[in-house]
Design a protein around this ligand. Structure first.
Ligand code: FUL
Length: 540
C-alpha cells in the first residue's frame, strides 16, 4: 500500500481505488449577507501566558462572515479577530501527540484489512499498554490516539454492536479490552487519550444501508465515549468505500458530532469536522506559511448557531484542504466564512501505519524526526506521530531508540535558550513595522529561533525578519511569513562578536493583520544533528 505524501487527495483513506469519493456532497456555498462578525460565544480562552488585549476582547469571534466584494484590508482585519475555542487552544498547547495504529492489520501484516479476517488472528503475546505510554511520554508526547476500529471493522473493545471484536479473539480468552487498557495506562501516566474510529467499515453487513449503519456507528461512538473516561480527541477519517453489493454509505456527520459533543464536551474532532484539519500531507511537513484561520464552505440549508460552543457543526462541509496556500490574503479574498481551523500534521515513524517486521530497518532516524518536529510543531501545527505496536503488543526497540534519540536532540537544543523573552517587550516601531528585541551575550552563538503569537488574540503576523543588532548595525539572518501558535526556524549559526556587550536579536514584523501580539521570542543553539544512516524507506 502506498502511503506517500501525494497519495492522499483529501482527508484520508483514498489510497485504495475501492474507496471512492471522500469528498462528501458539497452544497452550494452559502453567502451570508451580514458583513459583520459574529461574537464569540465563549470569548477568548485563557491559559496562555500573555494577558489578552481587553479593549479588543469583545471583538474576538469564533468565525467571521465576509460579504462579496469586501476590501481585502477589511477581510484581513476580520480574519485577525477569529480565535480558537477553549478546546482548540488546549489541543494546540499539547503540541506533540501520538498515534498508535494497532489491530487486526498488526497480525495479518497488512495496511488495510478487507473485513474477512478471523478474530482468531488477534492475539498479542505480551501486550503492555504501560510500555507504550512510558515510551511515548518520555518522547514528549501528551496525548495518545488509538485506532479503536480501523477500516477492517475489528473492534478493539468488547462492543455490543458486533461480534467482530476482541471478545471473539483468543487474547485473554475473549475477556480483553485494548481500549480500556490503553486508556487506563494513559490516565495513570497523565497522558490524554483519544480514539480513531473509522466510519468506513469493511466487515459490517449494514454498511451501505445508510440509516442503519449510521445508527450502529453512533452506538459504537457512544460506547467509546462513555466507557473510557475523558476523551481528548476523536479522529474521523473520510474514507468512504462501497458497501456490500456496491451500496454507497452516506455518513451522517452532524449526528456523529452531536454524540461527541454531548458525551465528551472537551474533545476536539479531527478531520471531517470543524475543529482540527488535516494538514494535507502524510509526510510530517506543514506549510512554511500555515494559517489557522481559513475559509470554509458551509451548507445553505443548515443553521449556524453563533451562541453555541460549536457554532458550525450543523452547516460544516468537509472539503479538500490540501492546497499549498489556505489562508493568505489571496486565499481569503473571496471567502464567505472564515473560521479557526488549525492544522494537525500526521506522519508515521515507519513507512506503514501498522507494524510490519520487514520495516524494522526503515524506522525514521532521530535526525529525520527532529526535522519533522521543526516542520510541524515549528510551523504552527500539532505533530501527530504514529508509533505502531508490534505483534507482541509492545513498541519495538527500533522505534524506542529513534524516539529517545529525537528527544535527546530536542532537549539539548531547546532546554536552555541563549536569549529569551516571554513576552518580549516591543522596542518601538520602525515605520509601520513592530519591533521586538532581546539582549544576547557577547561571544554567544545560536542557530534556532522560536516565536509565538498569543493566539487567544488571533493569528496576526504575515511577514517578519530576524536580525542581529549591535549598536545601530543590524544584519538579517532569517525571514518568515506566519508565526501562529509556534514558529521554529533553523539557520546557519549566528555568532555574536566577543567584544560586543550591546548585541540584541531583533524581530521586525513588516506585515500583520492587526497589532502583533508576540508572546515568546527566543534563540537557541542546536548544532548539527548526527545524520545517521537512513534505512531504505527513509525517503518520504
Ligand atoms: C488513513 C487510513 O486509510 C490509514 O490507514 C491511516 O489510518 C491514516 C492515518 O488515515 O486515511
Amino acid at each position: 500500500m502506498k502511503h506517500g505524501p501525494t497519495s492522499r487527495p483529501a482527508y484520508g483513506g483514498l489510497h485504495d481505488p475501492r474507496a471512492r469519493a471522500v469528498k462528501p456532497h458539497i452544497a452550494a456555498t452559502v453567502v451570508i449577507a451580514a458583513a459583520s462578525v459574529f461574537l464569540s460565544a465563549t470569548g477568548p480562552a485563557s491559559t496562555a501566558s500573555q494577558q489578552p488585549d481587553t479593549a479588543a476582547a469583545g471583538r474576538f469571534v469564533r468565525f467571521a462572515t465576509v460579504a462579496p466584494g469586501e476590501p481585502i484590508e477589511q477581510v484581513a482585519a476580520k480574519a485577525a479577530r477569529v480565535v480558537p475555542s477553549p478546546n482548540q487552544l488546549a489541543w494546540q498547547e499539547r503540541e506533540f501527540i501520538a498515534f498508535a495504529h494497532f489491530g487486526m492489520n498488526t497480525f495479518t501484516d497488512r495496511e488495510w484489512g478487507d473485513g474477512r479476517e478471523s478474530p482468531s488472528l488477534f492475539n498479542p503475546t505480551d501486550f503492555d499498554a504501560r510500555q507504550w505510554v512510558d515510551v511515548l511520554k518520555a518522547a514528549g508526547m501528551r496525548l495518545l490516539i488509538l485506532t479503536a476500529k480501523h477500516h477492517d471493522g475489528f473492534c478493539l473493545w468488547p462492543t455490543a454492536t458486533t461480534a467482530h471484536s476482541v471478545t471473539s479473539s483468543p487474547w485473554k480468552a475473549g475477556k480483553g479490552d485494548v481500549v480500556a487498557e490503553v486508556a487506563r495506562a494513559c490516565r495513570e501516566a497523565g497522558l490524554a487519550f483519544g480514539v480513531y474510529v473509522s466510519p468506513w467499515d469493511r466487515h459490517e453487513p449494514s454498511y451501505g444501508d445508510s440509516p442503519r449503519y449510521n445508527e450502529l456507528f453512533r452506538a459504537q461512538l457512544r460506547e467509546l465515549l462513555t466507557g473510557y473516561g475523558e476523551i481528548a480527541e476523536v479522529w474521523f477519517d473520510g474514507a468512504n468505500g462501497e458497501g456490500p453489493n456496491g451500496k454507497r454509505q452516506v455518513y451522517d456527520w452532524p449526528s456523529y458530532y452531536r454524540v461527541v459533543r454531548e458525551l465528551q464536551p472537551k474533545a476536539v474532532i479531527f478531520g471531517m469536522a470543524p475543529d482540527v484539519r488535516w494538514v494535507g500531507t502524510e509526510s510530517g511537513y506543514g506549510r512554511e506559511t500555515e494559517w489557522s484561520v481559513v475559509p470554509l464552505t458551509l451548507r445553505e440549508d443548515a443553521a449556524i448557531r453563533p451562541e453555541s460552543p460549536h457554532p458550525l457543526d450543523e452547516a460544516f462541509v468537509p472539503g479538500d484542504l490540501t492546497a499549498p496556500d489556505l489562508g493568505s490574503r489571496e486565499a481569503i479574498r473571496s471567502a464567505t466564512v472564515l473560521a479557526w481551523y488549525p492544522a494537525e500534521t500526521d506522519v508515521s515513524i515507519r513507512p506503514g501505519w501498522f507494524y510490519h517486521a520487514k520495516q524494522d530497518l526503515q524506522v525514521k532516524t532521530p535526525a529525520k524526526l527532529v526535522d519533522i518536529y521543526f516542520s510541524s510543531v515549528g510551523r504552527n501545527g500539532v505533530l501527530l506521530l504514529n508509533v505502531p505496536p508490534d505483534q507482541r503488543g509492545r513498541i519495538a526497540d527500533a522505534d524506542v531508540k529513534s524516539l529517545q534519540g529525537m528527544r535527546a536532540v530536542l532537549d539539548r537544543a531547546l532546554a536552555a535558550p541563549v536569549a529569551e523573552a516571554r513576552p518580549p517587550k516591543p522596542a518601538g516601531a520602525a515605520g509601520a513595522a513592530a519591533v521586538y528585541e532581546v539582549p544576547v551575550g557577547a561571544g554567544r552563538a545560536f542557530d534556532v529561533a522560536l516565536l509565538q503569537e498569543d493566539i487567544r488574540q488571533g493569528q496576526r503576523v504575515e511577514q517578519f525578519t530576524l536580525e542581529l543588532c549591535a549598536g545601530a548595525d543590524c544584519r538579517a539572518f532569517a525571514r518568515g511569513t506566519t508565526i501562529g501558535y509556534k514558529r521554529l526556524l533553523r539557520f546557519p549559526e549566528v555568532r555574536v562578536d566577543g567584544a560586543r556587550r550591546d548585541a540584541r536579536v531583533r524581530v521586525t514584523i513588516h506585515q500583520a493583520r492587526a497589532t502583533p501580539r508576540v508572546s515568546a521570542f527566543a534563540v537557541y543553539r542546536m548544532g548539527a544533528v548526527e545524520p545517521q544512516a537512513a534505512g531504505p524507506g527513509e525517503t518520504r
